[in-house]
Design a protein around this ligand. Structure first.
Ligand SMILES: [Zn+2]
Length: 117
């Protein structure tokens, strides 16, 4: 992959990374505030624990994605970015454009989803 294209994806990944870090920090903050609010009554507390579960799920997703983004940035350093980690075929530009942190080509992704990889 040429440097210009690599820089382009790098910027995309870094932007996404910043967004995720902000989202995680914000969600954690909301979770803490829900805990510390002394004005909530019991009904609110029940709603609160539901909210917290939701927030927890949210950070979990954000963190998983953050890990994928970090991995992609690490692969850039190893010049392995842009190829499938399984079959080492070059990834389609269209696929990278949509999900620059993707690790698999479409064929391997499908195999993985079917549990064949
Ligand atoms: Zn592949």
């Amino acid at each position: 992959m040429d440097k210009k294209r690599l820089d382009y994806y790098k910027k995309k990944l870094q932007t996404r990374r910043d967004e995720l870090l902000k989202a995680i920090a914000r969600t954690e903050q909301e979770g803490r505030e829900a805990d510390e609010d002394p004005t909530v009554d019991l009904a609110d507390k029940a709603a609160n624990s539901y909210t917290k579960e939701f927030l927890f799920g949210q950070t979990h997703n954000d963190r998983s994605l953050l890990q994928l983004v970090d991995d992609a940035l690490a692969r850039m350093k190893d010049s392995a970015f842009g190829e499938c980690v399984s079959c080492h075929e070059e990834l389609q530009q269209k696929r990278l454009e949509a999900v620059p942190w993707t690790r698999y080509c479409i064929t391997c992704q499908e195999k993985k989803e079917k549990g064949l990889l």
